[in-house]
Design a protein around this ligand. Structure first.
Ligand SMILES: [Cu+2]
Length: 125
């Protein structure tokens, strides 16, 4: 029979690892893409995908901020230039929204691969 103090220590470690797992899930859930409409109105900056330009084409945010990309009705995508810290792309859709978190400072150029010249830039301070 283990000493009661040892049993309590194991339980605390299990709770701590469960909380860590929840924190990981919560941070991953911030990068999301939805077709059909705005699902989560939280954003630090919003960029709308117009025909055929980003409005606005450039925004400046702080590290840790979330950018909301909005598709009001025509097919576009958002691909980042691969700079370290770039988020995953938002893939083709016509109506929907995509959230991307920018965790580190830098300049992140992005483009819609369907429309040459449809480019934008996010500066993270
Ligand atoms: Cu486009």
């Amino acid at each position: 029979m283990p000493h009661p103090f040892l049993i309590k220590e194991v339980a605390v470690k299990r709770v701590a690892s469960a909380m860590f797992a929840l924190a990981v899930v919560a941070s991953v859930a911030c990068d999301e893409q939805f077709t059909g409409g705005i699902q989560n109105p939280h954003a630090d900056a919003t960029i709308t995908l117009q025909n055929n330009y980003f409005d606005p084409a450039s925004v400046t945010i702080n590290a840790g901020d979330t950018v909301l990309f909005v598709w009001p009705g025509s097919t576009h995508n958002v691909y980042f230039d691969g700079t370290p810290g770039s988020p995953a792309p938002c893939t083709n859709m016509a109506i929907g929204d995509c959230y991307r978190v920018f965790a580190v400072a830098g300049t992140f150029n992005f483009t819609c691969t369907l429309h040459p010249g449809m480019d934008g830039m996010i500066t993270v301070k």
